[in-house]
Design a protein around this ligand. Structure first.
Ligand code: GLY
Length: 416
């Protein structure tokens, strides 16, 4: 089977690493991939948003299945375009991808179908949003409704911060059109968790729970990033909790989408806050998480390719086999990330004599046989072991094998 993976981050390297172990896979292409994916497949120089070129490539190269990593091509309708040409693609349609591409749509779906989530209001008028904020208690969360690369949700501790946020989003268009509509919602407190599930219509198969660490600095301080690390499975979230989340969150969402005439096929990622009252949805994503995938897939014993092909063939799998133990992922980033950073720094990765460490590439590029940085999040070191302590030790042993000028990473992952 020839597989095309769209994207070039740590998530896509991990997806490729996992499916490359399947006897069903003969060749993997990555568009555009990174300095690590070229070791397990072939990188092709097509941007993930260039749907026409991706379509042409898939047709010309007889790709049997395409797996989409990032949200933007899904929100642009890549799954619709591929299916219209008879090509198999794993990921939701543009309409179904609204669960991520429109926070307003997701909130309205949750309200309509009884999915627990924070109280909210939706605004397309700046003055009305400001008026609502004047009376709202603190903290309050202001979200750009559209896609904003994970930076569109702002927790505001003061009224000034809240006013500034709607001004930047709605008036100054900090996130472009994504800020035409804002969602203002109650702040929820508790423990955060990412629960991902395979979905096909109303059939649901959850993965092990994971937790990412979005803040740049230790102690969960500083600005949000795409994710500085993750671990799985989450301590304190057991099988009965996952069953509860499946029943109370995934089931009404999946059935609601069917009732709306928008069946969902792919990965649905529920970003949850486990509050005193139970789990509530902070956000939905319509794809694998990054860096959650780097912590989840090394523990998956089942054949991921088989799971995906079964879903595509209408034979929904019943369960997934998991290895005992934990995986911890620590992300090495470029100096200045998530704001401004330089690229092109040469990278050295020393050999480590430890089978419980996997290095997944993200923003790396091979240039004349030299590996160089090409993004903010550069490399992921994943440590696996029976105990969380040893998994962490392995992840940090992997990190010490990596070096590049300006390399930064958090020292406190996982925060349990
Ligand atoms: N880890 C957050 C995300 O994938 O959106």
């Amino acid at each position: 089977m020839k597989v095309l993976i769209i994207g070039g981050g740590g998530r896509e390297h991990t997806l490729g690493w996992k499916i490359s172990q399947s006897s069903e896979v003969d060749k993997i292409f990555f568009a555009p991939g990174n300095g690590g994916t070229s070791d397990i497949g072939e990188n092709i120089d097509i941007h993930p948003d260039d749907i026409n070129e991706l379509l042409k490539f898939a047709q010309t190269n007889n790709i049997d299945l395409t797996i989409v990593g990032p949200e933007i091509p899904l929100s642009m309708g890549i799954a619709d375009s591929f299916r219209a040409k008879g090509l198999k693609i794993f990921g939701p349609t543009r309409d179904a991808a609204q669960l991520e591409s429109s926070k307003a749509f997701a909130k309205e779906m949750m309200a309509k179908y009884g999915v627990p989530t924070g109280r909210y209001e939706i605004f397309d008028d700046y003055n009305a949003a400001r008026h609502y904020l004047e009376k709202h208690s603190l903290p309050v969360v202001v979200k750009a409704s559209g896609l904003a690369a994970g930076k569109g949700a702002i927790v505001c501790m003061s009224k000034e911060e809240a006013f500034k946020s709607i001004d930047e989003i709605m008036q100054q268009k900090k996130f472009g059109e994504a800020g035409n509509v804002v969602v203002i919602e109650d702040f929820l407190s508790g423990k955060e968790a990412s629960i991902l599930a395979f979905l096909d219509g109303d059939r649901i198969l959850p993965l092990i729970p994971s937790q990412d660490h979005k803040k740049i600095y230790d102690g969960d301080k500083g600005p949000n990033t795409g994710g500085m690390g993750a671990y799985a499975p989450v301590i304190g979230i057991g099988a009965s909790d996952i069953e509860y989340i499946k029943e109370k969150i995934f089931k009404p969402t999946a059935e609601g989408m069917l009732k709306q005439g928008i069946p969902f096929q792919g990965i649905l990622y529920a970003g949850l806050m486990i509050t005193k009252e139970g789990p509530e949805v902070l956000e939905f994503n319509v794809r694998f998480g990054d860096p959650e995938t780097q912590a989840i897939l090394p523990l998956m014993k089942s054949d991921l390719m088989k799971i995906i092909t079964e879903i595509m063939d209408g034979k929904f799998p019943e369960n997934i086999e998991w290895a005992q133990g934990y995986a911890v992922c620590v992300v090495a980033v470029s100096q200045g990330y998530p704001v401004k950073y330089e690229k092109g720094k040469s990278i050295s990765i020393k050999e480590v004599d430890n089978n419980n460490i996997i290095i997944f590439h993200a923003g790396t590029k091979k240039q004349d046989a030299q590996l160089r940085t090409s993004g903010g999040r550069v490399l992921n070191s994943v440590g696996i072991d029976k105990t969380i302590e040893n998994a962490k030790k392995n992840a940090y042993q992997g990190i010490t094998a990596i070096s590049f000028e300006g390399m930064y990473y958090r020292k406190d992952i996982p925060v349990i």
